[in-house]
Design a protein around this ligand. Structure first.
Ligand SMILES: Cc1cc2nc3c(=O)[nH]c(=O)nc-3n(C[C@H](O)[C@H](O)[C@H](O)COP(=O)(O)OP(=O)(O)OC[C@H]3O[C@@H](n4cnc5c(N)ncnc54)[C@H](O)[C@@H]3O)c2cc1C
Ligand code: FES
Length: 338
């Protein structure tokens, strides 16, 4: 059973399928509506039904009062349409409209896919979710008041656990702790989401994605979000590292490439050694892009990782290949202290 959902004032229209909640169908369609817990406890997702009927679903009374219901308000994370529905709800145009939260989280798993990379999955308290845009980051709050930025590697729709890819900085306060002491079930605190590095979904331009090392993390979020939402924009990911072992999750982009004709993957190794058996591209990752593209004027580029790579990509793509400056988006993985 499908129903047509119309949002006001934006006028966006989409279809709700198989008894989905209004929020789930909006997020599936790439329409960003505000939410918090996603289970009827916080009231962050209120919207007003202007026409049509909904089943309000199960929610906590304090999140939606009798007075709210009498005024036509519902919780979009719980309400399921019973007919075509017109809803008044404020859409999030960009990252700026999403509430920044400070939250505890429990380390669910620690996997080390390369000697200096740890993939952490973090579980939020029961009933809590973090709303973010694909590509954004959080800041881990350390006991002494310092903060360390890490990009979210999971896609926003896949938000039961948060995923971070942490590169070990020898001598670094937080990453030394991660590699030497951190255990599952430890509680961390973070603040987020932050950042203007997120997928611009109002563009149809092909995406050039370029990462070095753990710069893959936010691009993984962006690609998984785009694939989940069936975006048809061509995507090409260049992922650079020193040695093949440093490309810590290559089976994943290879799988995307095999399953999605609009996705291409180019791994690039800067320091291959004789014993590596590396048959692929070599050199600096931004140079591989320059070698492959004579003209980037029709592209949108997202670069993430080591600051020198990001700087070189910005400089050369815009001055030598015609990429418009306002189509270059980046998060340089700078240190919190210098
Ligand atoms: C927006 C953003 C997103 C980020 N996302 C990620 C991510 O997803 N994954 C990830 O692994 N990292 C990410 N980073 C980088 C990460 O925040 C830093 O690596 C982190 O601050 C290291 O914390 P630490 O406490 O271990 O090191 P710190 O205690 O901050 O110590 C690092 C110290 O080591 C020194 N140092 C060591 N090696 C170098 C070097 N090569 N160049 C310069 N100085 C050096 C620095 O001077 C600095 O004082 C991100 C950074 C930003 C700004
Ligand atoms: S998101 Fe919390 S009540 Fe809907």
């Amino acid at each position: 059973m499908t129903h047509k959902i119309t949002l006001k004032p934006s006028g966006h229209e989409f279809v709700s399928e198989n008894a989905e909640t209004l929020l789930d169908s909006a997020l599936r369609e790439g329409v960003n509506l505000p939410y918090g817990c996603r289970n009827g406890a916080c009231g962050a997702c209120k919207g007003k039904i202007l026409a049509g009927q909904v089943d309000h679903g199960a929610y906590q009374d304090h999140a939606l009062t009798e007075a709210d219901r009498a005024a036509g308000i519902t919780l979009l994370c719980c309400a399921k349409p019973l007919s075509d529905v017109t809803v008044e709800a404020k859409e999030i145009a960009g990252g700026m409209d999403i509430a920044v939260k400070t939250m505890p989280c429990r380390v669910e798993s620690i996997v080390k896919p390369a000697p200096d990379v740890a993939i952490l999955t973090l579980k939020l308290p029961a009933g809590e979710r973090l709303q973010f845009l694909a590509g954004q980051y959080i800041e881990i709050l350390l006991k002494d008041g310092q903060r360390r930025a890490f990009s979210l590697a999971n896609a926003p729709n896949d938000d039961a656990l948060l995923e971070l890819h942490v590169r070990h900085v020898p001598g670094g306060l937080f990453t030394d702790f991660v590699f030497k002491e951190l255990k599952e079930k430890v509680i961390l605190r973070f603040e987020g989401p932050h950042g203007s590095f997120f997928l611009r979904e109002d563009s149809a331009k092909p995406l050039l994605l370029i990462a070095s090392g753990t710069g893959f993390a936010p691009l993984k979020s962006i690609v998984e979000h785009a694939l989940h939402n069936h975006h048809q924009r061509p995507m090409i990911l260049y992922w650079g590292a020193r040695t093949p072992a440093d490309l810590y999750l290559t089976e994943l982009p290879h799988r995307w490439e095999n399953a999605h004709p609009n996705f291409k993957f180019v791994p690039v190794i800067s320091e291959p050694r004789a014993g590596d058996g590396w048959q692929g591209r070599t050199g600096l990752v931004h140079q591989a892009v320059l070698d492959d593209f004579a003209d980037l004027s029709g592209y949108q580029a997202y670069a993430c990782g080591a600051p020198p790579m990001v700087a070189a990509a910005r400089e050369t793509f815009t001055t030598q290949r015609g990429l418009p400056e306002d189509e270059f988006f980046a998060d340089a993985f700078t240190f919190a202290k210098g």
